[in-house]
Design a protein around this ligand. Structure first.
Ligand code: ADP
Ligand code: MG
Length: 548
């Protein structure tokens, strides 16, 4: 790595040098600047907005070590793997480590080997950890999924209540950043008070996820509809959410029988199997995850291309959170909701049979239930609206929004074709900025980069990922691969221009990708010479170019 860029320490160069991105997204720069100036922050940004970068960049700019408190073991491992692949020294401390590994990590930490350390909240009360931490310079504490501190939210984690005391026990108080995607005003107050944030600067970016295509179908035959949706997204990663374990089993079996690569996840499986299935999905050994809502938090897989709800969730908060797991890389992705009258009945049943939480009085519980019914009504209204789906949701979450988004099934002119009952033809009213076809709706244009070269690059990526034992998206995102197909970089300088390419990644993987790109160009040129015209992408695909 002789030609490593000089070690400049401003956020912009860190962004370029370590992450390969040329510009910050909305909210990021502001948050980073505040943290660097020593002010606590509370950031509320939707899934996929890029919250991790908001603490990873300042962590690299600051002198000491950053502790990231994160609720999920699997998430920590993935994030640390991703950092390592980017040449950043990180570690995680959680219950998945043996005592010996824990000691080793602590001793490395004391030696200053790591820049970023992910810690499970339960570890904060460990005396050994506290002793080790007192020896080192902690410059920042980032609390990820900060809403877990609040009992008002659905993901309450008692361990999060240890955080404030832990910080208070440190020799010097580091700057603290709290990050979450979901926070009602009650949860927000809890975060500020229970984490004892010090006059935090608040950043709330809009809830919109412009790259997500939303559609809703009242499905009279869910299996048939599911089959066509999944077929339209063949070979892409996707999640199918079902309301019950039984449904998960049924749908997973159905998809497997049809020959799709599917696995399942719900609370009724043994820990070991759940972990295995989750890994299969994250590492692309299985393309489709059929799951209850137990699956998802802490899944950072950025290339999920579709999320299908086989059943209507009980409110829009849950729906938006689950659907939002699609397309975190900012590339086009589809979120489809299938519903029928049974779903409504089942949701009503669930609410009427809810058990009273010990902490609520009867009266409070009645009010709570009433609220649940109201939220369900909004969910049903979403299913039935003829207006723009995106605007409906954004208004629900309190964002302003345009009347029409042109990226949802209601904003497209849909013509039913009586001859084939399941197929729908839809045409966007205007060209959206996303090139991928709305495949489930059978819109005709095919993306240019969906060609032989792209597939060949996918193969290279998969081979590198396998060898390194990391998920494929950690090597390069699909967005980066697509850009390679468009720009055809063949020199180091050109390769560095691709979004997501850093010097480290160039050094490690660049040549393997460029070799395939050069072969592709040479093959194309040969065809031109032979025939006097360029072949179409289809013809090239048929020619059997596989690259790797
Ligand atoms: P969140 O935690 O808010 O859900 P993540 O931190 O997981 O989101 O980021 C989602 C994706 O966006 C990741 O793949 C990340 O690399 C990418 N990303 C974040 N910031 C930028 C940026 N400034 N430019 C390009 N991609 C970015
Ligand atoms: Mg996150």
């Amino acid at each position: 790595m002789a030609n490593l860029v000089t070690d400049t320490k401003d956020p912009q160069s860190v962004l370029m040098q370590y992450f390969g991105y040329s510009s910050f997204r909305q909210g990021q720069e502001e948050i980073i600047d505040k943290l660097l100036s020593g002010q606590d922050i509370l950031a509320i940004m939707p899934t996929g907005a890029g919250k991790s970068l908001c603490y990873q960049v300042p962590a690299l700019v600051m002198d000491g070590i950053t502790l990231v408190i994160s609720p999920l073991v699997s998430l920590m491992k993935d994030q640390v793997n991703a950092l390592t692949a980017q040449g950043i020294r990180g570690a995680y401390l959680n219950r998945s480590l043996t005592d010996k590994q824990f000691d080793k990590a602590l001793s490395n930490m004391s030696k200053g080997i790591y820049k970023i350390i992910y810690v499970a909240p339960e570890r904060l009360t460990s005396q050994r950890f506290m002793d080790a931490v007192k020896q080192i310079n902690i410059s920042m504490i980032a609390v990820d999924e900060a809403h877990c501190v609040s009992q008002w939210g659905q993901d309450f984690r008692p361990g999060y209540l240890n955080i404030a005391q832990f910080i208070a026990d440190l020799p010097k108080r580091p700057v603290v950043g709290a990050f979450t995607a979901t926070a009602t005003s009650k949860v927000k107050q809890d975060i500020i008070h229970l984490l004892r944030l010090n006059n935090p600067y608040e950043v709330t970016t809009g809830f919109d996820r412009p790259n997500l295509f939303f559609s809703v179908f009242r499905a009279y035959d869910k299996q048939q509809r599911l089959k066509s949706l999944v077929t339209a997204n063949k070979n892409k990663s996707g999640i199918v959410y079902c309301s019950t374990r039984k449904k998960v089993e049924e749908v997973c079996d159905y998809l497997c029988e049809l020959g799709f690569s599917a696995t399942r996840y719900h609370a009724g499986l043994l820990d070991e199997e759940r972990r295995q299935n989750q890994d299969d999905f994250v590492y692309d050994r299985k393309r489709i995850m059929v799951a209850t809502n137990a699956f998802g938090m802490g899944i950072d897989k950025s290339d999920v291309r579709f999320v299908i709800h086989h059943n209507m969730p009980k409110n829009l908060e849950s729906y938006y959170q689950e659907a939002g797991r699609a397309g975190r890389d900012g590339e086009y992705a589809e979120c489809t909701l299938l519903w029928d009258d049974d779903d409504i009945r089942i949701c009503r049943y669930f609410i009427s049979h809810m058990e009273r939480n010990e902490e609520l009085t009867d009266e409070q519980f009645e009010i709570f239930k009433q609220k649940e019914y109201e939220r369900l009504d909004r969910m049903i209204a979403y299913c039935k609206t003829r207006g723009c789906l995106r605007s409906f949701m954004l208004r629900y979450f309190g964002d302003d929004s345009k009347a029409k988004c042109k990226m949802c099934s209601n904003c497209l002119t849909i013509q039913y074709r009586p001859t084939s009952s399941t197929r729908i033809q839809a045409k966007p009213e205007t060209k959206s900025r996303f090139k991928e076809p709305v495949s489930a709706l059978a819109i005709t244009p095919i993306s240019k980069s969906d060609n032989a070269l792209y597939n060949a690059l996918l193969v290279v990526r998969l081979m590198i990922a396998k060898k390194r034992g990391v998920p494929a998206y950690v090597i390069f995102s699909e967005k980066s691969l697509r850009e390679m197909c468009e720009k055809l970089p063949v020199s180091e300088k050109e390769f560095l221009q691709i979004s997501g390419v850093t010097q480290t990644k160039l050094d490690r993987y660049g040549e393997k990708f460029m070799r395939v790109i050069r072969e592709h160009i040479a093959k194309k040129a040969a065809k031109v010479n032979e025939k006097g015209k360029a072949y179409s992408d289809d013809e090239i695909r048929e020619s059997g170019l596989t690259g790797a």
